[in-house]
Design a protein around this ligand. Structure first.
Ligand SMILES: [Zn+2]
Length: 320
């Protein structure tokens, strides 16, 4: 889904996952500098279901995306890189001596999604993702054929290849992101879920980092240009998350956030966070509640170049 009018991802689209052993010493060895660990992922089976071959956009799709496997594998590579890769630190001390904030660090746990079926169908909207009724390890991405027509005729002159790859990347994130611990909802455990705007913002964060943002996205250059709320979703939340990753906390921040949703849920780590689970969640990750982070983000935008540390804009425009 790429428009602000689209509903958030269906709950069934979000994978359930088992937790790896966090105490595994192999995973916790921080004392030796080593290259980033390879994230083990079993490649899902991809299936393509063209519902109506006489629909002219069915042929268009195969021209724009001739190798669906390659497009989805590229998207999966971006998901692994931006959600499931934890930075390496030279030592535990280096990790602890982070400036003002915890440095992003986590043990990646990527869902073992077994198959993704792409449906090309004639329906209104852009795209959506669901789990299947039988088994949530299997996902379905439904892509609107009329949307391909819209891309071709877009006043913004969006490149359909670029746009379709962007939409598919966004949807594939929904097949692989976390929203809650695996035991949430069982045995009376009722762990609050994240707002839909955060779920959609993470999907567009990966799309942004993948260099697949569409022409109509505009990074705000002042606090007044932002949406009013941090969880407005989609690109609005994506730019906020990119600021947290690139400016506030460092590489791996959004991956750590995604990981915390799996391990703890959208709650703080401390018991006294219960009354304000949202504030506790953000504070335990980034040393500040989300309202404070949103204010800092606005301040940073208003300060413009004066405060620029690194090359945030360049990073987003020319992701490496
Ligand atoms: Zn979405």
């Amino acid at each position: 889904m790429t428009t602000t009018s689209a509903p958030p991802a269906a709950a069934s689209a979000i994978p359930k996952a088992s937790l790896p052993n966090e105490e595994n010493p192999k995973d916790q060895d921080q004392n030796q500098k080593s290259p980033a660990k390879e994230v083990q992922i079993s490649k899902p089976k991809y299936r393509l279901h063209a519902e109506d071959l006489r629909h002219p956009e069915s042929a268009s799709f195969s021209i724009y995306i001739p190798d669906v496997t390659a497009t989805l594998d590229t998207a999966l590579g971006h998901i692994v890189r931006y959600l499931y890769t934890s930075p390496e630190y030279g030592s535990t001390e280096e990790l602890k001596s982070a400036p003002k904030l915890k440095r992003p660090h986590f043990v990646p746990s990527i869902p073992q999604t077994r198959s993704v079926t792409l449906f090309l169908r004639d329906f209104g909207g852009v795209a959506y993702t669901t789990g299947t009724e039988l088994d949530d390890d299997h996902k379905e991405i439904h892509l609107s054929l009329p949307y391909i027509t819209h891309c071709k005729n877009s006043a913004a002159k969006a490149d359909p290849v670029h746009e379709l790859a962007g939409v598919l990347t966004h949807e594939l994130v929904h097949c692989y992101q976390h929203t809650s611990p695996p035991d949430s909802g069982k045995d009376g455990k009722d762990i609050p879920g994240p707002p839909g705007g955060l779920v959609e913002g993470i999907a567009d964060f990966v799309r942004l980092k993948a260099g697949l943002s569409p022409p109509h996205w505009t990074r705000p250059t002042s606090s007044s240009q932002r949406e009013k709320k941090w969880d407005a979703g989609y690109q609005h939340t994506a730019y906020f998350l990119a600021w947290i990753e690139d400016v506030w906390a460092g590489e791996g921040a959004v991956g750590m956030l995604n990981d915390r949703l799996l391990r703890v849920g959208y709650v703080g780590e401390e018991e006294d966070d219960e009354d304000c689970h949202e504030g506790g969640f953000w504070k335990s990750l980034f040393g500040a509640g989300v309202a404070e982070l949103w204010d800092e983000y606005g301040q940073w935008l208003d300060d413009g170049e004066k405060k620029t540390k690194g090359n945030w804009e360049e990073e987003i425009i020319n992701p490496v």
